[in-house]
Design a protein around this ligand. Sequence first.
Ligand code: ADP
Length: 425
Amino acid sequence: MTVLLGCIADDFTGGTDLAGMLVKAGMRTVQMIGVPRGPIGEDVDALLIALKSRTSPVEEAINESLAALSWLREAGCRQFYFKYCSTFDSTPRGNIGPVAEALMRALGCDFTIACPAFPVNGRTLYKGHLFVGDVLLSDSGMSKHPLTPMTDANLVRFLQTQVEGKVGLVDYEVVRQGAEAIRARFARLRAEGCNFAVPDAIGNDDLMAIGEACADLPLITAGSGIALGLPQNFRGAGLLPDKQVADALPPTGGLRAVIAGSCSIATQGQVAAMREKHPAFHIDPFELAQGRDVAGEALAWAGDRLEKEPVLFYATAAPEAVQAVQSRLGTEKAGALVEEALAAIARGIVALGVGQLIVAGGETAGAVVKALGVTGLRIGPEIDPGVPWTATLAKAGDRPLALALKSGNFGTPDFFLKAWSKLAA
Ligand code: ADP
């Protein structure tokens, strides 16, 4: 099997972001959660492995990324993509530069790009400087990030602190002339001993041109923006059909449920909207702390109701209520108790016949996916920006589960009501 693109993302939601872009651009994509143990035998154009390596110790990030690369090579991928955040989240020690260099060594290549630009999301690069909206990265909120404070917007200079190789700039004056000029500049930078090129990009046309210029690079390192410009290369080479339905999911069927563990504002509105129309079970952290079998009670309550209509299980609460819980139980303990209960409910309702499940909250989704033993997801149609339906990779003979993993603040108020219509029954 030949897979056109093998991607390694340094965190889960970043991975979903890239996978969604590839699907929209016409590439059938499966996202794996961590490095798989063996082959998966899925028919795809792109494979993506989502790691949790953005802020882990450098050595660990390198080792995991190399393991991911070797699995992707084994799976037959022909070009590789290391995806990081569009705000280049890292520290002077790493992990972007060291991981990129380790991947380059493993692939035997000495030149790649580093381009987090994503203009439609307000991430532009000019003269090597990364802008977030109207301000330099270093003047944006990112300079105060607890784990990866970004205080230098000059990515040529900043990446140089992370790598042994040499970093050069592809100035906007070159980028605006198109792919051929960019390729020529790549050649000149290489001749000057550069291993990394940071290309300026202020619009989608620039991403398309840079993508085209990268057709022959074994490795690309970037945010998800560059993904816009890659499918055209595969089409041009006759490797990807001009038109194909890339977001088709296998039929899942089954009952419908929503599990909400996010307390973000968007999720609060979505919970309120669903409670008006459908049965809803509230999970109280204080009851969990008393040792009550709340998950068991929720499942007993849900039985008949699930047969009739979508059912909501939520721990979502307003900030004052969350604060009260956190000050009495401790933030981590409260989070862990709630996640554990929601994960148990997820396992229980799937056993009761739920086949289509929405989970709200990043950490909550992580806990649910782990409890259900999900190893990978085929990416399907988008419900709202950044949130696609997916189908779990199921063992032969097993029915896949349709899963929508919604980051807390994503989605319109009627998300839990409208999402079902995007799925075949
Ligand atoms: P988001 O994507 O909005 O950040 P997460 O699921 O990542 O959502 O994080 C929400 C965290 O809050 C989880 O750890 C969850 O268990 C916890 N939580 C949910 N409801 C409550 C509550 N009522 N009180 C305290 N913590 C809660």
